[in-house]
Design a protein around this ligand. Structure first.
Ligand code: S3P
Length: 435
């Protein structure tokens, strides 16, 4: 895909429904008593993988565009074939928690990227709860032999991961008693909010300054509920960054999820002196939603870098998916940005530290790589280049934005991977880029 530098960004757009919330809402609706209507479900390939697996497990799902009707089942049905999770770590890790409590054996697999991702983080707690999980050295495919009425556990998260927390919460729904998770760094809390929304009590207690205990008492059956999914802030982030960096831009995004565990990218842009503002907050199906208004900055900074702006490590989980994009933004801000404590980025759909460093260097940028992150000098000019998406949707989109602010044209490999989270990304961008 060829990308030319943009003049300005102008317009009002609506991004797809939130991917994280869509996976969870579909899974909870599948386990609920009654029929739920989910409105504005994410059109991403990842969420299609979750719906495909649920259908394979006997769940009746009717889909008309982004409106989906799901009939919950008391027990899932043993699948006739392997459960194909595609590229989606969320599908595999969260459904693993559901399958752990079902009285049959199933096999979950995925594409080459997913088959290289670490799964011990979910295998260990699920085995403690009484399921048997076979893997290939801690990686997919996963063969899960579930058991009815799991053993409740208290589990301290070994990595700050909302997928692992949610996996255990789903298993906890099917356990005999209280299951608790101890979380040291705040991660996205959509599962907890949706449990509340679907009538499953979930408690949160502060254990000490650094630790929260999140608990659910099983066995519990959610009650079907019509649910509206807000726009995906992690999809919006790419458009927001482009508009904030390009002088003269004006962009408005309506109906975006602004859950505080997801808005750290916006807060970080603001602290770097960029203009992105959340307005008109309302609650939608127990999630905060608002409009985001972005104005391009008035001038490009030209001062030399003195010191890096350090990103606080305890906030990393709250903008984990935006870090490659933040590294691109860093090239344009005075002082650049040092992003450390982010080793988890190496275990995403690609090694996102290596991919970001490789592409920034291809654009002529000064960047240093560390085992747990990178530091990017700024401000510096980017040159158009041949960029590699590594088949990773967020790398493809982050470097599309880099290409918009570069001198000269760029080419991005394998651009169709954006459909993993944001089908229509390039078309939407084209509609707001003015030359
Ligand atoms: C997600 C959690 C994060 C994130 C992923 C979606 C979720 O992963 O990177 O894109 O929906 O819970 P981890 O839980 O592995 O950090």
């Amino acid at each position: 895909m060829r990308i030319r530098p943009a003049g300005t960004i102008q317009g009002r757009v609506k991004v797809p429904g939130d991917k994280s919330i869509s996976h969870r809402a579909a899974i909870i609706a599948a386990l609920a008593a009654g029929q739920s209507r989910l409105d504005n479900l994410s059109s991403s390939q990842d969420c299609a993988a979750t719906l495909g697996c649920l259908r394979e497990l006997g769940v009746s799902i009717e889909q008309e565009g982004n409106e989906v009707h799901i009939d919950g089942r008391e027990r899932l049905q043993s699948p006739a074939q392997d459960l194909e999770c595609g590229n989606s770590g969320s599908t595999m890790r969260m459904l693993a928690g559901v399958l752990a409590g079902q009285n049959f054996t199933s096999l979950m697999t995925g594409d080459a990227s997913l088959r290289s991702r670490p799964m011990m983080r979910v295998i260990e707690p699920l085995e403690k709860m009484g399921a048997t999980v076979d893997s290939v050295d801690g990686k997919p495919p996963l063969r899960i032999s579930g058991r009815e009425l799991l053993t409740p556990i208290e589990f301290s998260l070994p990595v700050a991961s909302a997928q692992v927390k949610s996996c255990i919460l789903f298993a906890g729904l099917q356990a005999a008693g209280q299951t608790s998770i101890l979380e040291q760094q705040t991660t996205r809390d959509h599962t907890e909010r949706l449990f509340d929304w679907f009538g499953v009590p979930v408690t949160r207690e502060t254990v000490d300054e650094n630790t929260t205990r999140i608990s659910v008492r099983g066995p519990a059956v959610p009650i079907a509920r019509d649910t509206s999914i807000p726009g995906d802030i992690s999809a919006a982030a790419f458009l927001i960054a482009a508009a904030a960096l390009i002088p003269g831009s004006e962009l408005e995004l309506a109906g975006i999820g602004v859950n505080p565990t997801r808005t750290q990218f916006i807060t970080t842009l603001q602290s770097l002196g960029l203009n992105a503002e959340v307005m008109d907050r309302v609650a939608l199906s127990n999630e905060p939603v608002g409009s985001i208004r972005v104005a391009g900055r008035s001038r490009l900074s030209s001062a030399a870098a003195v010191q890096f702006n350090n990103l606080s490590t305890e906030l990393i989980p709250q903008l984990i998916d935006e870090l490659p994009l933040l590294a691109v933004v860093a090239t344009q801000v005075e002082g650049g940005i040092a992003i450390r404590g982010s080793k988890e980025l190496r275990f995403k759909e690609s090694d996102r530290i290596a991919a970001t460093v490789r592409n920034l260097r291809a654009m002529g940028a000064e960047v240093e790589e560390f085992p747990d992150g990178l530091s990017v000098a700024g401000p510096q000019r980017l040159c158009g280049a041949a960029l590699n998406s590594f088949g990773d949707h967020r790398i493809a989109m982050a470097f599309t934005i880099a290409a918009l602010i570069a001198d000269g044209e760029s080419f991005i490999s394998d651009p169709e991977c954006v459909a993993v989270s944001f089908p229509g990304f390039f078309e939407m961008l084209e509609s707001i880029v003015k030359n």
